[in-house]
Design a protein around this ligand. Structure first.
Ligand code: ATP
Ligand code: MG
Ligand code: MG
Ligand code: MG
Length: 439
C-alpha cells in the first residue's frame, strides 16, 4: 500500500475525549471514528487489524475442531421469552419493534438462537459432540460506553456453543476452549490469564474469564504472581485427547487467580506474601459450562443410548475481538505510539522515502516494496512529499514492527536503514539483507 493513496486520517493532537492510551492512539492513528456513543466505524488501518484478529480466532477454532457459522444480528423476542431471559436481561438489551409491532432485539449473545437451531435438527446422541461458533457484531446498551472499542455498545465478538451428551463431555469442550483461547491470545502477542469468575446473566457454575493485566483494566483481580510465568508456547495439542486438555486446564488454573466477584481473602492469604498480587485487568474472553440451563427450558434434547430423551449439556464461550484491538495497544505501546506484535500488525514493514522524486531513491523503494511482497509480506510505503520528521512520526505512531529508511546518501554506499519499532535500534545494510531480516 502506498501512503499517498491510503486513507489514514492521522491526528496530530490528542483527542480530548479519550481517557486511556489505546483509545487515544486508535483515534490518532486513524483506525476508528466514533459514529455515536459506543459505536464506531473501522477505518482501513483499524479494519485491517480487526480482520487479522478475526483470522487468528478462526484458525485456532478450526484447529480445536469447532465449526464456523453465522447467525443474525437481529432476532425475535419470542425465543428469549421461552428461555425466560427477555425480561431478566434488562436495559442492556436493545429492543426494537418492526413495522408489524413485533418485538425484536439486537443480539447481545446467542444461546437461545443456537439452541433453537440445535433442537430443530439434532435428535440423537450419535450427532454429538457438536461445537459451533460465529464471529459477529453484538449490541449491548452499556450504561457507560467508554474507552473507545474497549467498552463499546456495538462490538465484535466470537461466541461459541458446545452441545454434549454428558457433563464429562461438556467439560472436555470447556477445556478445549480454554486451551484454544490460550493459543489465540499468545498468537496475538498477549498474556491473558484464566481467572475464576462469576457467571453473570449467562448462568452456570464453571466459568473462567481471561484477563490481560493493565492499569486501565476495568476488572479488579487477585492472583499468585507465579501464574504469569506459565506459557502454552508451541506445544503440540491433540484437542481430542481429554486428558491432555484437562492437564493444560489444570496447569493454568491451579494457582490462585480470581476476579473480585469470586475473590476469597482466606485462600488468597495462603499464597506466600511476596507472590500475592492485586491488580487491574481487561476481560478479553470468558468460557462457561452451564449444563442444561438452556436445553431444559428450550427443549433441546436428544435420544440417549437407551432411547430416552435427555437434555444436552451445554457451554458458551466468548472472545472480545474488537476489545482485543484496544487491549493489545494497552499492553504494547510507548510515548510515540503503538507497537504492534508481529502476529497482528496491519503491515509488516514501513518504507520511508527520504527524497521522494529522486530517481534512485524512488527506484530503491519500489524494489524493496516488490521484494517484500514477493515474500508475502505487506509493506506500507510512505511515498508522500513530506519532511522526514513527519514521516518518522507517522511510522512511530502506527507502530509497524520494521521501518526501512531509504535516502540518496545511504544508497551511494549501497545501504538502507532498518529500524526495529520495539527496540528502537537501527542498522545500515544492503536492501536485500534488510528484506531477509524482516522475513
Ligand atoms: P464485561 O464484564 O466487560 O461487561 P461481559 O462479561 O459482560 O464483559 P461476556 O458476556 O463475557 O462479556 O462476552 C464475551 C466477551 O465480549 C468479553 O469477555 C469481552 O471481551 C467482550 N465484551 C463484552 N462486552 C463488551 C463491550 N461492551 N465492548 C467490547 N467488548 C465487550
Ligand atoms: Mg458486560
Ligand atoms: Mg464480565
Ligand atoms: Mg464475561
Amino acid at each position: 500500500m502506498r501512503l499517498s493513496r491510503y486513507f489514514l486520517p492521522v491526528l496530530k493532537e490528542n483527542p480530548a475525549e479519550a481517557q486511556i492510551v489505546s483509545h487515544r492512539l486508535m483515534l490518532r492513528a486513524g483506525m476508528i471514528k466514533q459514529a455515536s456513543a459506543g459505536i464506531y466505524s473501522w477505518l482501513p488501518m483499524g479494519f485491517k487489524v480487526l480482520r487479522k484478529l478475526e483470522n487468528i480466532v478462526h484458525e485456532e477454532q478450526a484447529r480445536a475442531g469447532h465449526m464456523a457459522m453465522l447467525m443474525p444480528t437481529i432476532q425475535s423476542a419470542d425465543l428469549w421469552r421461552e428461555s425466560g431471559r427477555y425480561d431478566a436481561y434488562g436495559a442492556e438489551m436493545l429492543r426494537i419493534k418492526d413495522r408489524h409491532d413485533r418485538d425484536m432485539l439486537f443480539t447481545p449473545t446467542a444461546e437461545e438462537l443456537i439452541t433453537d437451531i440445535f433442537r430443530a435438527h439434532v435428535g440423537s446422541y450419535k450427532d454429538l459432540p457438536l461445537t459451533m461458533y460465529q464471529i459477529q457484531w453484538k449490541f449491548r446498551d452499556e450504561v457507560r460506553p467508554r474507552f473507545g472499542v474497549m467498552r463499546g455498545r456495538e462490538f465484535f465478538m466470537k461466541d461459541g456453543y458446545n452441545f454434549d451428551l454428558t457433563k464429562e463431555d461438556a467439560l472436555h469442550a470447556y477445556n478445549r476452549h480454554l486451551v484454544s483461547y490460550l493459543r489465540t491470545y499468545e498468537r496475538m502477542g498477549l498474556q491473558a490469564i484464566p481467572m475464576r469468575a462469576d457467571s453473570g446473566p449467562i448462568g452456570g457454575d464453571d466459568t473462567h474469564e481471561f484477563l490481560v493485566l493493565a492499569d486501565t483494566g476495568e476488572s479488579e483481580v487477585f492472583y499468585d504472581s507465579a501464574v504469569t510465568d506459565i506459557r502454552l508456547g508451541e506445544r503440540d495439542i491433540d484437542y481430542n485427547d481429554k486428558d491432555q486438555c484437562r492437564a493444560v486446564m489444570e496447569e493454568f488454573t491451579a494457582l490462585y487467580a480470581r476476579t473480585d466477584e469470586t475473590h476469597n481473602e482466606l485462600k488468597f492469604n495462603e499464597i506466600p506474601e511476596e507472590r500475592r498480587r492485586s491488580a487491574r485487568g481487561i476481560e478479553v474472553g470468558q468460557i462457561f459450562y452451564f449444563g442444561t440451563k438452556y436445553s431444559e427450558p428450550l427443549g433441546a434434547t436428544v435420544q440417549g443410548p437407551d432411547g430416552k430423551p435427555v437434555p444436552v449439556h451445554m457451554g458458551s464461550h466468548g472472545i472480545g475481538v474488537s476489545r482485543l484491538v484496544g487491549a493489545i495497544i494497552e499492553a504494547s505501546h510507548d510515548e510515540k505510539g503503538i507497537i504492534w506484535p508481529e502476529g497482528v500488525t496491519p503491515y509488516h514493514a514501513g518504507i520511508v522515502n527520504l527524497k521522494q522524486g529522486d530517481a534512485e531513491a524512488d527506484a530503491a523503494c519500489e524494489s524493496l516494496y516488490n521484494a517484500l511482497q514477493a515474500l508475502g509480506l505487506e509493506a506500507l510505503y510512505d511515498d508522500r512529499n513530506e519532511r522526514a520528521g513527519g514521516k518518522f512520526a507517522t511510522m512511530d505512531l502506527i507502530g509497524l514492527p520494521w521501518r526501512i529508511t531509504v535516502g540518496p546518501r545511504g544508497l551511494k554506499n549501497g545501504v538502507v536503514e532498518l529500524t526495529s519499532r520495539r527496540s528502537g535500534e537501527s542498522e545500515e545494510l544492503p536492501p536485500e539483507q534488510a528484506v531477509e531480516k524482516i522475513a
